[in-house]
Design a protein around this ligand. Sequence first.
Ligand SMILES: Cc1ncc(COP(=O)(O)O)c(C=O)c1O
Length: 399
Amino acid sequence: MSSSSKFSRRTTITHAGRHPHDNHGVVNPPVYHASTILQPSLDAFEASRKPDWKGYRYGRAGTPTSRSFEEAVTELYGAAGSVAVSSGLASITNALLAVTKAGDHILVTDNAYGPTRRFCNTFLARFGVETTYYDPSLGAGIDALFKDNTVAVFTEAPGSQTFEMSDIPAIAKAAHDRSAVVLMDNTWASPLYFDAFNKGVDIVVEAVTKYICGHSDVMMGIIVGNDDWAGPVRDMAKMHGNACGPDDLYLAQRGLRTLAVRMEQNQANGLALADWLRGRPEVKRVLHPGLTNDPGHEIWKRDFTGASGLFSFVLNEGYSRAALAALLDGLELYGMGASWGGYESLIIPANPTDYRTATPWTEAGQLLRIHAGLEDVDDLIADLGAGLDRLTAVDSAAR
Ligand SMILES: Cc1ncc(COP(=O)(O)O)c(C=O)c1O
């Protein structure tokens, strides 16, 4: 049973990459633990060493378990091919290495995931690739930043701490007019809510760790490419010896099957929390492109078909650290830790001032990032409301 593009993405996630009747009717693809893969004859062995070999040759190069997951994600994106790698960051670094060489220049959005910037500023710089960060709101105006040696534009929308939207089709057009390749970190929206390849993206990188896995128990990334780039990104990942364990691949494909129902709930809870936070006196600003008053709302509404559960808000200026600790330490339902996209709610403080360069972050109040999990939203609101009450109570008591 394989799905095709005549079905909606919700249907595709349920069926793509599964071939039950090749596997005794078992619904889920089996887990192949493999390093050595035997060939039955000298002819087959020699054929398996050729670059165009379509079968299996060695565990690191791919197994039926990795192929079924990659096939599902490729189909979901309507792309040409994909390669699963050991983390979301590995998808970013391998994709950037696949599109650059010494002497090149790339444009990277100023709200990109922190370790993406670190990779550009250190590793790529060391190997002679120059990075310019751009204002995520530039749109077609990005054209002014191109140099003769600009080969790639790296986008991420919305940014995963500050949630500015970018006009991806306009950026992609400007890039393609200059023969540059467009990469996008699409972890926030996933293939479900942003149809990246139809909006001009050539290579998608995504942290499977987040929504596709969905249960906070797997590290994995995927690089998805169009006709021009599926091969080169796969080659780069394989050249680095980057491979995923079979049990993690199994968990990732199992997570994928429920992506649509989970994300609907993450989205609904996130929007409800964001809207409620807007009315709280402790809150200066809520950063969520799904809110009608958000500066990125029009672009989000035009290009995206949904929102994830990840957004931020800024507290009014002047609260003490003790008050912030009272808010955060007393929460019962929100964990404090890296990552997002799981079934559980999270909250972390963040400080974009530390890394922004093209568009300095000027908010003086504390930024808090929330991941809305799948809990009952009334419980989430009550828990956060009690936290905000503690925030105010601690500072009032100190006065
Ligand atoms: C937007 C974004 N992209 C990529 C990554 C990297 O994923 P991983 O943690 O699997 O390396 C993260 C992780 O937090 C992220 O938030």
